[in-house]
Write a protein that binds this ligand. Structure first.
Ligand code: G3I
Length: 343
């Protein structure tokens, strides 16, 4: 049967995965990464903590590896991520905490970071996740525009820094598609409160000429909560603002019997998961402005889920031994149907 990337190409969608560049040394991993996906994202290697561990000391090795792999395999790259409260270098957060870095200096450092990183890969990045996870959840105290008031960047520099980040990224690579990326923004929280905030923020940003081009919905799903039935409508509502949309970090976690074997405890789980994957794909396919569908790592051995959600895992399309799971086959047949119609 055809690969996910080949089938998705027939319907104008890029099918992608986050990759761990060091895993590309494993031939079986590299083979799947090259054959199945037409766009790749570094899971960690473009984050500030990794690229500038000491101030002024850069390590681009992982990011360079991934970009070279992508170019060798005819893949596009999603850059991830320029402004995020997490995985910041200690020199930066410590400097702010002890007062040796002022607010003005902090803004200058962010601008320099964005210019340096976006500039280094100018012309080689299809989409940049410029700003990551700034929108308030139900447990956060929101700002006037629905951002997290305690977010490192918002707290130190105010809401306007989000606009600045987009302007700087656009100056550094005028052709890159600039994305605002977040989770629970296509109905996963069951209330649509976060969707409303993102939608209103994007509308305002566009009215002020801020170069934001796409909404990235991470789409980390969990079978213990309901399927986000508003996903398709929400994607279309973002598109109605004149924006592209992308599924940027898809996975579907469930309860498992242990982090090593990752066997779901509920024997129906693989089938439920497959249905949810198919539901996400259908939401993407039903929104013509949805340009890419990226999974957050393709195999369970690499998934972030067990390290974050105790007792949960099995969230990916391939198992720990790199064998495709029912979710993979289901996505493949859904794409087949979308591309060629019923047999
Ligand atoms: O590289 C160090 C290693 O040297 C050290 O020995 C080891 C010990 O803990 O840690 C390693 O760093 C880990 C890093 O991944 C690389 O493997 C960090 O502890 C670990 O926290 C980090 O997790 C990443 C996580 O972001 C951090 O928040 C995940 O791999 C990555 O998949 C995940 O991705 C995020 C997206 O960027 C944004 N959206 C949510 C998504 C899932 O959390």
């Amino acid at each position: 049967a055809d690969s996910l990337r080949a089938l998705a190409a027939k319907v104008g969608l890029r099918f992608g995965s986050a990759l761990i560049p060091s895993d590309l040394d494993t031939p079986a991993y590299a083979q799947i990464a090259a054959q199945q996906f037409s766009v790749v994202t570094p899971g960690n290697e473009m984050k500030w903590q990794v690229v500038e561990p000491e101030q002024g000391v850069y390590d681009w090795s992982g990011a360079d590896n991934l970009v070279a792999f992508a170019q060798a395999n005819g893949q596009l790259v999603r850059g991830h991520t320029l402004m995020w409260h997490n995985q910041l270098p200690n020199w930066l957060t410590d400097g702010v905490a002890n007062g040796s870095i002022s607010a003005t200096e902090l803004a200058g450092l962010l601008k320099n970071h964005i210019y340096t990183e976006v500039g280094r890969y100018r012309g080689k990045i299809w989409q940049w996740d410029v700003v990551n996870e700034v929108f308030a959840n139900s447990w956060d105290t929101p700002t006037a525009n629905g951002l997290v008031s305690t977010d490192f960047w918002i707290q130190n520099l105010g809401e306007g820094i989000v606009y600045d980040a987009f302007r700087w990224a656009h100056e550094a690579d005028p052709h890159a598609l600039l994305v605002i990326n977040d989770y629970n923004i296509t109905g996963e929280d069951g209330t649509n409160a976060k969707f409303d905030a993102v939608h209103a923020w994007a509308q305002k940003a566009l009215s002020q000429g801020v170069p934001v081009h796409a909404i990235g919905s991470q789409a980390h799903l969990d079978t213990q909560y309901g399927f986000p039935t508003s996903m398709a409508d929400d994607l279309r509502a973002y598109a109605d603002l004149g924006l592209k949309t992308a599924i940027t970090e898809a996975d579907v976690r469930t309860f498992v019997d242990g982090p090593t074997t990752q066997v779901p405890t509920d024997r129906l789980a693989p089938w439920a998961q497959a249905n949810w994957w198919a539901g996400m794909l259908q939401a993407a396919l039903s929104s013509p402005d949805c340009i890419s569908f990226t999974v957050w790592g393709f195999c369970d051995a690499d998934s972030w889920v067990p390290g974050t959600f105790s007792g949960e895992g099995a969230a990916c399309l391939y198992d720990v031994n790199l064998n495709p799971k029912p979710a993979y086959t289901d996505l493949q047949s859904n794409l087949q149907l979308a591309a060629f119609g019923a047999p």
